[in-house]
Each structure stands twice: as structure tokens, then as C-alpha cells.
Ligand binder design. Structure first.
Ligand code: NAD
Length: 467
């Protein structure tokens, strides 16, 4: 496979980033292209704000509740801007904003609990939890607001401050979110910075940062970890996925086809834990391929602002080129596109929803992360072989098993090497669950109380039982 650069959009004169509407391919806005040197002052202000924020848990909870209210009040405006720059249908943008507010409310009510250790010694020990200091967050373009909230809600609830860098492809909704949150949060508790590389690299390695929490691709995650090593900052990495959906012999294909289709194609397939490969028993393979292809052919593709649209464009030109390259390589290797297989002849970054069959199992569209509206469906004859194939990549984010006998499906799911496994659905997460990838899909734990403790350090006090 050619290595395709993950390049941000072209700049415009005057130190700004041009922001492109992926439904038209035209620039419609701009955001500051900040210089890495600016981070020194930003991090210094985040440190000073931390001194006033770290010891006020009740005030923090009140501020986070007010922040959730402010996000909901601005929901319609945020959703339109998010769709404009990201491309997803408006209903999906609204759901993303609801999730952002829900995350703030969840962490407003999730406080760290001191713990006593009584282990028979003449002293007892108490574990208290202390915040770390300014935290850096770096996020991608597929869920700009939801993923930002997954970073700032637990970090701020824990008593840290944050400097957040969105993707240069999607800075605008995040900047608007920042100004909405500023109504509820003290100054400099959350600062949004925007710009091209090396802004993120400098942020990850800044000596004033105590925790770097990153969501994005595996190669960038490695670079971020290397950068953070310079200051020995804690690192949390939520990285790429290549989730398999494994269909069992007793699956009811017609009953699951809609759910399976949308588990792969929601947000135009640009979901870290989308279904990216399907393994079907050989006996059912053609029925599965046809069931998915019918849906791929009939889905309404268009601009996210159009109320009839079910599937929007790919977010950006380099990502569209990646999707085309993966598909082209698979077709050259002997795969057949039963639906789609090409970009659409219209302005913007549209790719026809694609179902691939006869795909060699070694094709990069199977072994790597396509991150777009393309789904290979592979037949299997023996369940052990299917599990070996499902587990046979460097990724380990999620996976799912589909069948009628739930006990059997659960037993098979227990053999998946990943962080989250689902039965008869995929990619649904609870705010209260831990979220952590296996293998190359991540380092550290986000989500639920684990996400809060990931932003805290233990401080242990030993005292004698008697004076
Ligand atoms: P990416 O790795 O190219 O970029 C992610 C972020 O890192 C962006 O803000 C980018 O500007 C920044 N960045 C780029 N180079 C950097 C550097 N050297 N140092 C610091 N920051 C740098 O990823 P992307 O293309 O924006 O997003 C898609 C990827 O994100 C996919 O692999 C997807 O699976 C992954 N993802 C993972 C999760 C998860 O929770 N595990 C969620 C969403 C997306």
C-alpha cells in the first residue's frame, strides 16, 4: 500500500487554517493557525488556573453541571457547524452534542473516593487522590466534540486544567464549544488551541504538561508517546481499530442486516470501533453479502444538512484518497465490489457505500484500517479459523459476535482479543464502562471512574492507630 500522508488542509494568508465543507470541497471558514511558541504562555496560564481549581471539588461539580446546560442551550448552533465541517448527518451531530452534555453531567457526579487500607499493621493508611496539573488533549476529526468531552470532562472533574487541540480539519465546532463552555468555567481552565503540526507535537512534549491524553491513529500515538517521554508526562492513548463482526451459523441474516450495516457505515465508516470486517459462515456468505449490498445501494448519500441524508461525505481529501487506495488495491487483488467501489461524480468528498466480496484475506482493506464507507465480507468454514483471523491483526479495539443462541455467542465473544465485545450489536458504549484497547489500539483506560482515576495520582498517608 502506498503511504498516504495525513495532511491538514491548505493554509490561507494571514496565519489561518482554511476549513473545508466536505459536502462541497469548498472552504467556508477559517481558524487560527497558532505557532508552537504560543504554547508556553497558554500552558503557563493553565498552570495558574489549576492552582485555583484543584482544591474546589464542589465548585467544579457546579461548573460542570452549568457547562452541560450551556452545551444543550447551544445545541442547534453547534450541530449545524459540526455537520458543516465534519460532514455527518445533522441527526448524528445532535446525538454527538447530547453525548457531550451527558458526559459533563456524568463526571460532575463522579468524585474520587478516599480509601482506607487496614492490613493488620499498627498503622493504617489512607489513599487520597490528587490532580496532576495541566493536561494536554489531542483529538481527531471523526467525533470532534464527543471525543473532546471524553477528555475534558474527567480531567476537569478530577481538578486538572486542560489545553485541547482539535484536528486542523475540524477546529470550528470545537472553538464554538470552547466559547460556550467559557460561560460556565473559570478563565483558562479549558483552552482550545488550533493549528497545524508541529503544534500537537509541541503540546505533547511541553514540559509544563503532566498528562497527555490522545485519540487518533497508531503512528501518531507512537509519536505522541515519544514526545511525552521527554517530560515523563503520563500518557493515555486511544488509537485505531479494525473491529471484526463474526457471524455464527445460527444467525438470522435478515433480522441483523440493518444493525450490522449501520455498525459499519455510521458516520460514513469513520468510527474507531466501526465494524471494519465481517466474517460469515460459508453457507450464509452470499446471503450476508446481498443483504448488506441491498442496503448500501439504497441508502441516501448527500450533504449532512439535507434532512433526507443518511450517509454524508468522507471528512477530508487525504482520507478520501486513503479509502480509494484501499478499495483500488483490493479490486486489483481480485476482490469484487457488489455495491459501490468508486467515488461519486459530484462535488465534495463522496464515496459510494461499498461492499466487497472475494477479498484476499491479506489485502490491506482487511488487515489495516480503511476508516471509510467500505466493508469486506469474508467467508469462513471453521470457527477456530474465523477467530484466528478476527484476532489476527495488530489492532484490538472492539469486536462482535452475532447469532441466535446468546450463550454460545457470548462464549465465542469471550475469545476475542479486544477491549470491548458486543453480542448482536456493535460500538454502543456506556458512559460508566472502562474503555481501553488491547494490543496497538491503546494505552491506559478512559471512561467511567477509570477515566477519572486516569487523571489523578494517589497520595498515601500512614498514621499510627494510637497516639
Ligand atoms: P491522526 O493520528 O492523523 O491525528 C489525530 C490528532 O493528532 C489530530 O489532532 C492531529 O492534528 C494530531 N497530530 C498529528 N500529528 C501529530 C504529532 N506528530 N504529534 C501530536 N499530534 C499530532 O488521526 P486522524 O486521521 O485525525 O483520526 C483517525 C484515527 O483516529 C483513526 O485511526 C481512528 O481509529 C482513530 N480514533 C480512535 C478512537 C479511539 O477512541 N480509540 C476514536 C476516534 C478515532
Amino acid at each position: 500500500m502506498p503511504t498516504l500522508e495525513r495532511r491538514p488542509p491548505a493554509d490561507v494568508p494571514g496565519g489561518c487554517l482554511a476549513v473545508v465543507d466536505p459536502a462541497t470541497g469548498e472552504a467556508f471558514g477559517e481558524a487560527p493557525d497558532q505557532r508552537p511558541q504560543e504554547l508556553d504562555a497558554v500552558v503557563e496560564r493553565a498552570h495558574r488556573a489549576w492552582l485555583g481549581w484543584r482544591d474546589e471539588p464542589a465548585a467544579r461539580a457546579t461548573a460542570l453541571r452549568a457547562a452541560a446546560d450551556a452545551v444543550e442551550a447551544a445545541g442547534a448552533e453547534l450541530a449545524r457547524l459540526l455537520t458543516r465541517e465534519q460532514g455527518k448527518p445533522l441527526a448524528e451531530s445532535s446525538a454527538e452534542i447530547a453525548r457531550t452534555a451527558a458526559r459533563l453531567r456524568y463526571f460532575a457526579e463522579t468524585a474520587p473516593q478516599p480509601q482506607r487500607i487496614d492490613d493488620g499493621r499498627p498503622v493504617h493508611s489512607e489513599i487520597r487522590w490528587r490532580p496532576l496539573g495541566p493536561v494536554a488533549a489531542i483529538v481527531p476529526w471523526n467525533f470532534p466534540l464527543q471525543l473532546a468531552a471524553a477528555k475534558f470532562a474527567p480531567a476537569l472533574a478530577a481538578g486538572n486544567t486542560m489545553v485541547l487541540k482539535p484536528s486542523p480539519f475540524t477546529p470550528l465546532a470545537t472553538r464554538l464549544l470552547g466559547s460556550v463552555l467559557a460561560k460556565a468555567l473559570p478563565k483558562d481552565v479549558l483552552t482550545i488551541v488550533t493549528g497545524r503540526e508541529p503544534l500537537g507535537a509541541r503540546l505533547a512534549s511541553h514540559p509544563g504538561i503532566r498528562h497527555v491524553t490522545f485519540t487518533g491513529s497508531v503512528p501518531t500515538g507512537r509519536a505522541v508517546a515519544e514526545g511525552a517521554a521527554a517530560s515523563l508526562a503520563r500518557v493515555t492513548l486511544e488509537l485505531g481499530g479494525n473491529d471484526a463482526a463474526l457471524l455464527l451459523e445460527d444467525v438470522d441474516v435478515e433480522r441483523i442486516a440493518d444493525k450490522l450495516f449501520w455498525a459499519a457505515f455510521r458516520n460514513c465508516g469513520q468510527v474507531c470501533m466501526a465494524v471494519k470486517r465481517v466474517y460469515a459462515p460459508a453457507r450464509l456468505h452470499s446471503e450476508v453479502v446481498e443483504g448488506l449490498a441491498q442496503r448500501a445501494r439504497s441508502v441516501t448519500v448527500g450533504p449532512g444538512l439535507d434532512p433526507d441524508t443518511q450517509l454524508g461525505p468522507v471528512n477530508n481529501a487525504p482520507q478520501l484518497a486513503r479509502v480509494e487506495a484501499y478499495t483500488g488495491k483490493a479490486l486489483a487483488d481480485g476482490a469484487r465490489a457488489v455495491a459501490g467501489g468508486h467515488r461519486l461524480e459530484r462535488p465534495g468528498y463522496f464515496f459510494a457505500p461499498t461492499i466487497l466480496t472475494d477479498v484476499p484475506p491479506t489485502s490491506p482493506v482487511v488487515t489495516e484500517e480503511q476508516f471509510g464507507p467500505v466493508l469486506p465480507v469474508l467467508p469462513y468454514r471453521n470457527l477456530d479459523e474465523a477467530l484466528e483471523a478476527a484476532n489476527g491483526t495488530g489492532f484490538g479495539l472492539g469486536g462482535s459476535v452475532w447469532g441466535t443462541d446468546l450463550d454460545r455467542a457470548e462464549a465465542v465473544a469471550g475469545r476475542l482479543e479486544c477491549g470491548t465485545a458486543w453480542i448482536n450489536h456493535h460500538a454502543e458504549l456506556s458512559l460508566a464502562q472502562p474503555f481501553a484497547g488491547a494490543k496497538d489500539s491503546g494505552v491506559g483506560v478512559a471512561g467511567g471512574p477509570w477515566g477519572l482515576y486516569g487523571n489523578l495520582r494517589p497520595f498515601v498517608v500512614h498514621r499510627p492507630r494510637e497516639a
